[in-house]
Design a protein around this ligand. Structure first.
Ligand code: PEP
Length: 250
């Protein structure tokens, strides 16, 4: 049985002081869950979040990293910088990075390999735009993004990759994919992984759904056969609401 992994993506929200306050409240609220709880915070909040989550079941992730180890890349952060301070996860290829910062399937693949080389656990985002959905090319978009992201990885590393299926039209819009549509898209991604890496590997990959997940729809989504939890944006910014999503099965 695959575990449920529920990750918050704070995007560009919260200062270190706000991070401290958030975790002080969240830690008791999620202490009894068997689901994996992750908060992916801005770089500036990582050290505070890592310190504050010591001796808790909350894991901490970054939202991006560079694929180079160091060099003249002003404003960037490398994988070894993240691991040295104790960061466990990193989101790669979020649609906002693809849309605003020239993230491509090629850079996602490079970053994924470097993340693993440095002991980080990647959460790789894939998903179609509204236009692509309307044009009927969703399947092609999500299988291509998945295949190119994982290209060159061993089966062992593919099994350790968390994938987040996030239809772009559902991110931050309040529109959620129907349970069936989200589950079908995730099945499609799993089938693509099975075609390349075999069924045994594909069955082990955690594939989350992301796109306007909130406490009122988390249960119905996460109980679908292939949805292994969620990547949660807006609803992860408030401890009570986020804890209800994490505790959807209580
Ligand atoms: C996200 O940021 O990955 C996301 C899914 O955002 P929201 O939950 O706000 O749609």
């Amino acid at each position: 049985m695959r575990r449920k992994v529920i990750a918050g993506n704070w995007k560009m929200n919260k200062t270190p002081n706000e991070t401290k306050k958030f975790i002080e409240e969240l830690k008791a609220l999620v202490a009894n869950t068997e689901n994996e709880v992750i908060i992916c915070v801005p770089f500036i909040d990582l050290a505070t979040a890592i310190e504050m989550t010591k001796d808790t079941n909350i894991k901490v992730g970054a939202q991006n990293m560079h694929f180079k180890a160091n060099g003249a890349y002003t404003g960037e952060i490398s994988a070894n910088m993240l691991t040295e301070i104790g960061t466990e996860y990193v989101i790669l290829g979020h649609s906002e990075r693809r849309q605003y910062y020239n993230e491509t399937d090629e850079t996602v693949n490079l970053k994924l390999k470097v993340a693993f080389e440095n002991g980080l656990k990647p959460i790789v985002c894939v998903g179609e735009s509204l236009k692509q959905r309307e044009d009927g090319v969703t399947k092609n978009v999500i299988t291509t993004q998945t295949r190119l992201a994982l290209d060159g990885l061993t089966n062992e590393l593919v099994e350790k990759t968390v994938i987040a299926y996030e239809p772009i039209w559902a991110i931050g819009t309040g529109k959620t994919a129907s349970n069936e549509d989200a589950n079908d898209a995730i099945k499609t991604i799993r089938e693509e992984i099975a075609n390349i890496y075999g069924n045994e590997t594909a069955e082990k990959v955690i594939i989350q759904y992301g796109g306007s997940v909130k406490s009122s729809n988390a249960k119905e989504l996460f109980e679908m056969s292939d949805i292994d939890g969620g990547l949660v944006g807006g609803a992860s910014l408030e401890p009570q609401e986020f804890s209800k999503i994490v505790n959807y099965d209580k």
